[in-house]
Design a protein around this ligand. Structure first.
Ligand SMILES: [Fe+2]
Length: 254
C-alpha cells in the first residue's frame, strides 16, 4: 500500500534534499554547455538567457528531441541511489528503480551510455509553445516502442517525479488534476508529426477545471511532486520573462 495522499489524490509533494536538486542542476548545466562548446557559461542564468535568444530552429535542434535532454550516466546514478531511500519508503515497495534509456534514445544522443538511467529536463521558453497538452504518462507507455522504456527488473507500477530547477514560479509550474488517476477517460489518439499522441477530451478537462491545482508552494528545488502515471498533468504556457527549467524521471516499482 502506498502513502495515503498518493492513493487518494494521485500525487504527493515531497521535500527534496538540496544536494539532489543541485546535482540535477549541475547535470543540466553540463548538458547545455556540451551543446554550445564555443560559449563560456558560468551560471544556469547565463544559459537561460542564451537559450531565450536562440532561433526556433536552433532551439528545436538542441532541445526538441527528448533524448538530447537526458542527463549523464553519473548524475542519473546518483538520482537512482537517492530514490532507494525516501521515495521507496513513500511507495512502500520491494524494489525501485529509474527506467533505462531506450535504443531510440541512444541513437539520438551519442553522449549517452548504453543501459544508463533516464533523468531528463525540459526548457520552456517564455511566450513560446514549448509545452504539451494535458496527458497521462501511462498513455504514452501504452504506445510501445517509441515511448516504452526498460527497467532492470519486472516492474508492477510506474510513477513520475517532477522537480523545478530554474525560473519556475506559481504561474508556470506543473499542474495536476487532482484525483484524475482513478477517472475513466475516453482517450482519443491523433497524429502529431507522424507520431500518435493520446488526447484527453476537452469535455473531461472542462468538467475537471476546478480540480486543476499547482501542488508546489516552493519553487527553489527544495520540493518536488511525486505522482501516479495515470494522473493527468500539464505544463502551462510560460508567461514569465525568462526560460523555465525543470527535471523529471520515471520511477518503476514492484
Ligand atoms: Fe508527463
Amino acid at each position: 500500500m502506498t502513502n495515503n495522499n498518493l492513493k487518494k489524490y494521485g500525487y504527493n509533494v515531497l521535500k527534496t534534499p538540496k544536494n539532489i536538486s543541485n546535482t540535477i542542476k549541475k547535470g543540466i548545466m553540463k548538458n547545455i554547455s556540451d551543446k554550445f562548446p564555443e560559449k563560456n557559461f558560468f551560471t544556469i542564468n547565463d544559459q537561460a538567457k542564451f537559450i531565450k535568444k536562440l532561433s526556433d530552429r536552433r532551439f528545436k535542434k538542441a532541445f526538441g528531441n527528448n533524448a538530447k535532454r537526458i542527463l549523464d550516466f553519473k548524475t542519473n546514478n546518483t538520482i537512482n541511489d537517492w530514490i532507494k531511500g525516501k521515495i521507496k519508503k513513500q511507495l512502500k515497495c520491494k524494489r525501485i528503480s529509474l527506467n533505462i534509456i531506450s535504443k531510440y534514445d541512444l541513437k539520438n544522443n551519442d553522449k549517452l551510455k548504453k543501459k544508463q538511467f533516464n533523468v531528463f529536463f525540459r526548457v520552456v521558453r517564455n511566450k513560446k509553445n514549448d509545452v504539451g497538452f494535458p496527458h497521462r504518462d501511462s498513455s504514452f507507455w501504452k504506445l510501445g516502442d517509441l515511448y516504452a522504456r526498460e527497467a532492470p527488473f519486472k516492474y508492477k507500477k510506474r510513477w513520475k517525479f517532477w522537480i523545478p530547477i530554474f525560473g519556475v514560479n506559481k504561474k508556470n509550474c506543473l499542474r495536476i488534476i487532482k484525483k484524475s488517476h482513478v477517472d475513466k477517460i475516453d482517450l482519443k489518439y491523433r497524429k502529431v508529426n507522424k507520431n500518435l499522441k493520446p488526447t484527453i477530451p476537452k469535455a473531461y478537462l472542462k468538467e475537471k477545471y476546478k480540480n486543476i491545482i499547482v501542488p508546489l508552494k516552493k519553487f527553489d528545488g527544495n520540493e518536488g511532486i511525486l505522482f501516479h502515471d495515470d494522473t493527468v498533468h500539464f505544463g502551462p504556457k510560460n508567461y514569465s520573462t525568462g526560460c523555465r527549467v525543470s527535471a523529471e524521471f520515471n520511477i518503476l516499482t514492484s
